[in-house]
Design a protein around this ligand. Structure first.
Ligand SMILES: *Cc1c(COP(=O)(O)O)cnc(C)c1O
Length: 392
């Protein structure tokens, strides 16, 4: 007989890492509502509501807007495998972990992948893409809007124009940006975009909002070969999320409830107010960190409000500090990935985690840990600096 594992008793955490973020109690409560069938008339209404609220958030009229039943990486995979066929050319912009992941997905899908690169923490300008666009004449250009590994905020207005003028389709990673900063799918002419439920939407991980432009859907319909992934083929998913409602897979009903409630929260607050809240808490945190002599890793003027990647002060032990934050204060932040491993902390202020309480508690906890490790600073200065931002 197998032993019964201990009962669930997850520790209470403040989730200030690169995702998952803190979850609003209303979202957790939504998940515990009764499960209905995936073709139940009630569930079909939930799907309609989800699609409508996602269109509002993506700022698009795209009919093909829904949530893939899997995490953000599956959203990435869905966008790539539908748009590229083997031997198609795809240009991928790589300045961190997630651009590199997108290039890997495209190679696996059989695309001829050309990469343009920028150093970690920097963003792309139209000039960076010009030559590559002329040379590769790509069918698709992929770019990450909020590079969670570096905290860099990629502007898309000009690049989207350039890509459109070249005739290519634009594929955007909005996993961390959606719900934290404006994402304008129609205005910027984005053809395929994906996100994830657990970053600024503050849901548990498990769903990936996506949207495809009519031009992208037409390209998928005109493919020479079937989409290589059965599960992510949007020509089949269109029949489930569209008017036919043909069974495709058993949708994760209670996860859909969670996303539904999370989207209701964002729309209740209002998109502009939600973005302004993310910016205000970012400014307060940045002022507090500056008072401790802590600098940002991403290029000046392109720092994400919801993902604060900062350089670990010299002499401070990364692992020890993060362990103490978690064990003594219940606060999770992220360490560095790849080039930034051991050098950078990633402090998330995503969705429901983007609150003054979290900023002030984090700064107070950080001060006590830095003092223990002999880092010199004015005690209390970070909290005063953050409060000054809030007082204005
Ligand atoms: C988190 C993240 C992903 C991957 O999402 P998962 O939900 O972890 O699969 C992709 N792109 C970016 C920019 C991310 O931050």
């Amino acid at each position: 007989m197998s032993r019964i594992a201990p009962p669930l008793n997850p520790p209470v955490r403040i989730l200030m890492g690169p995702g998952p973020s803190d979850i609003h109690p209303r979202v957790l409560a939504a998940m515990a509502k009764g499960t209905v069938g995936h073709l139940d008339p009630y569930y079909l209404q939930i799907m309609d509501g989800l699609q409508e609220m996602l269109r509002g958030l993506f700022r698009t009229k795209n009919p093909m807007t829904f949530a893939v039943s899997a995490t953000g990486s599956a959203g990435m995979e869905a966008a790539v495998v539908n748009l590229v066929e083997p031997a198609d050319s795809m240009l991928v912009c790589v300045n961190g972990v997630f651009g590199a992941r997108m290039a890997d997905v495209a190679v696996r899908a059989g695309a001829e992948v050309m990469q343009v690169a920028r150093p970690w923490g920097e963003v792309f300008t139209p000039d960076d893409l010009q030559d590559a666009l002329a040379k590769a004449k790509p069918k698709v250009v992929g770019i990450v809007m909020a590079e969670t590994s570096t905290g860099a905020w990629q502007p898309l207005e000009e690049i989207s124009q350039l890509v459109r003028d070249s005739g290519a389709m634009l594929l955007v990673d909005a996993v961390t940006s959606l719900g934290g900063v404006p994402v304008e799918v129609d205005e910027w002419g984005i053809d395929a975009i994906y996100s994830g439920s657990q970053k600024c939407l503050s849901c548990p991980p498990g769903l990936a909002p996506v949207s495809f432009s009519p031009r992208a859907v037409e390209a998928v319909m005109n493919r020479k070969r079937k989409v290589q992934s059965w599960y992510l083929d949007i020509t089949m998913l269109a029949n489930y999320w569209g008017t036919d409602r043909v069974y495709h897979h058993t949708a994760p009903i209670n996860m859909s409830y969670a996303l539904y409630e999370a989207l209701r929260l964002v729309h209740e607050e209002g998109l502009e107010a939600c973005f302004a809240r993310h910016m205000l808490n970012h400014r307060a945190l940045r002022a507090g960190l500056a008072a401790l002599g802590i600098e940002y890793a991403a290029q000046e003027g392109h720092q994400l409000p919801m993902l604060n990647a900062v350089r670990i002060p010299a002499g401070v032990n990364d692992a020890k500090a993060r362990k103490a934050l978690l064990e003594r204060f219940g606060i999770e932040i992220g360490g560095g990935l790849g080039d930034f491993k051991g050098k950078v902390w990633r402090i998330g202020l995503m969705g429901h985690a983007s609150r003054a309480t979290n900023v002030l508690v984090f700064l107070a906890a950080l001060e006590s840990l830095l003092a223990e490790q002999g880092h010199k600073f004015d005690h209390g200065a970070s909290i005063a600096a953050a409060n000054e931002v809030y007082a204005k």
